[in-house]
Write a protein that binds this ligand. Sequence first.
Ligand SMILES: Nc1ncnc2c1ncn2[C@@H]1O[C@H](COP(=O)(O)OP(=O)(O)OP(=O)(O)O)[C@@H](O)[C@H]1O
Length: 332
Amino acid sequence: MSIIEAQGLHKAFDDGTVAVDRVDFEVAEGEVFGFLGRNGAGKTTTVRILTTLTRATSGQARVLGLDVVKHRSEVRDRIGLSLQQAALDPLMTGREHLQLIASLRRMRPARRTERMEELLTGFGLTEVADRLVATYTVGMRRRLDATLALLHGPQLLFLDEPTTGLDPQSRRALWSFVRTYRQSGGTVFLTTQYLDEADELCDRIAILDKGAVAVIDTPQDLKKGIGGKVLTLPATPEAREPAASVVGETACRFTDGVLQIDLPAGDDVLPSLLKRLHDSGIPLTGVTVTDPTIEEVFIRLTGEGLERRTQSDGSVAAAALARTVGTGRGGV
Ligand SMILES: Nc1ncnc2c1ncn2[C@@H]1O[C@H](COP(=O)(O)OP(=O)(O)OP(=O)(O)O)[C@@H](O)[C@H]1O
């Protein structure tokens, strides 16, 4: 059964910006569905339409079988939502937030207490539950926001870039929560800019490019779909030109001291390719051959990689291939 159905969903803002461009997709019950795209691709706007926070300009969306415009409050009652900018009051404690949401959700007192303790424990917040949110780290705020989204036991959860700005440990904790929630029968609609996160967590991924869906598939089939493996070798920027003359412009890229070459399908191509690279003067020390990643899929579909982003802990997140190398849409 489809738990989310979007048909021709389109959102144009008054200034003419088309944030979501005639998008179609379905999310099945029990899956973790990833919406992957760079900044401004239209992920949050799609989440806001599906969760009734904004209206589409045209098209239709049904969530849990309910039209998001006609059945706004029923949809809100039955979903959980954790947005990028959590609306938390710094002068309230974590527990007070939970109590407030429990009252707004009209939860029975007995159930309320049990559920609150369960979630505080599950998200490792018991010790800080009575501290003001002002004293929380980014990771704690994100986890508190997730507990608020889950308090009433929704069967569908929207997580909008849940791990942006989190340190690696909090990020893994959130991944673990998503897996547990899914195992208990929940469905997750997750937006992310992290390619590894989408690969790791999602049953299916929609790659969004400038408001439009470029492709929807399982991570495995997306990777299989782009064909051959990827050859990687440490190199200097000057190596790109001779490599491109051997393999073609679109099949090779240089970034961060590494040359990457998309290999055509088939086992027999490697020896002759290595020989031609060697003959063109490229040193072949440290060569590795790996399966394609979601990053390669993303690059081939959208023409470029995701940009570097600096996390709150100061580390640079996710790999970045900013060069344009792909052949545009439709290769997968
Ligand atoms: N209220 C608004 N008025 C005009 N343009 C808007 C508005 N909200 C969003 N946009 C634009 O719509 C496009 C899609 O934005 P959206 O926030 O949905 O993208 P996103 O994929 O979630 O990006 P991010 O990862 O940065 O959150 C962007 O170009 C954005 O600037």
